[in-house]
Design a protein around this ligand. Structure first.
Ligand code: ZN
Ligand code: FE
Length: 257
């Protein structure tokens, strides 16, 4: 399975998944249809599925136009988003699996940014390779999504599910927010030398307009403050060693950053 990354709107990414062997493609969070149609046609593939992570407009905007172009495609989303995702035809619950070509996607329920937010995880074919995680607006490179519909408890629980995946997992998040996220991260985690190194790499990538997505989950676990609610450095300073309070405090500070 090859992943093609399409930058759209201000800072969104659409991901086109391509299975060359079977000549099929799927798309994650099509904010717009045109770039997806162009990509799929240049691949000579047939679009068979839309994977929506949540109902926000910048993740579903292209659904109906793509459905028009490929009337047989399946439109996946959470069962909790019923009525909020245009054209939705499959209503997923935590743990549900979806076949795509030779790969399988597992549904992970990750409420917090929205109630019905889900992530799609494709386990690796061979353990050494690392799987692919499409996490929408839940986990970002160096950050996490805002809490629009959920509580800090829910978001910590959701991020903890993602944190349990292997370090080699590639993290395909839906926005290019990494530079701003890391600039915040160094203010709350100033003794993390790997974080400073990452900030320098990302600064130079963005200065050349290069994408910072995908990242690797191992790097996120070590440098993303929103996966480090229980690290002694952060939890002592921001939450009196209480993981939920630590997370909530950091999220509140980031909202003001
Ligand atoms: Zn969103
Ligand atoms: Fe978004």
């Amino acid at each position: 399975m090859n992943v093609h990354r399409l930058p759209v709107l201000r800072d969104n990414y659409i991901f086109v998944l391509h299975c060359p062997l079977m000549g099929i493609a799927a798309v994650v969070d099509p904010a717009e249809a045109e770039p997806v149609l162009d990509c799929v046609s240049s691949l000579g593939a047939q679009l068979v599925a839309i994977f929506n992570t949540h109902h926000h407009w910048d993740h579903i905007g292209g659904n109906l136009r793509l459905w028009q172009a490929f009337p047989n495609l399946m439109i996946y989303g959470s069962k909790q988003d019923e009525g909020r995702i245009p054209g939705q035809s499959v209503f997923l619950a935590d743990g549900d699996s979806i076949d795509f070509g030779e790969r399988v996607a597992l549904t992970i329920s990750v409420p917090g940014h929205t109630d019905g937010h889900i992530a799609y995880y494709f386990p690796p074919v061979q353990p050494v390779q690392g799987g692919e995680l499409f996490c929408g607006d839940t986990l970002f490179a160096g950050g996490c999504g805002r809490l629009f519909e959920g509580t800090p408890e829910e978001m910590v629980d959701s991020l903890d599910k993602l944190r349990r995946l292997p370090d080699e997992t590639r993290v395909w998040c839906a926005h290019e927010y990494t530079l701003n996220n890391l600039r915040f991260a160094v203010t709350v985690d100033p003794h993390n030398s790997e974080l400073y190194g990452r900030l320098r790499v990302v600064e130079s990538a963005r200065a050349r307009s290069q994408p910072t997505i995908p990242s690797h989950l191992g790097v996120e676990k070590r440098t993303n403050p929103f996966l480090r609610w229980d690290s002694p450095d952060l939890s002592c300073q921001f939450g009196g060693h209480d993981p939920i309070r630590t997370f909530a405090k950091l999220r509140g500070m980031k909202d003001q950053f």
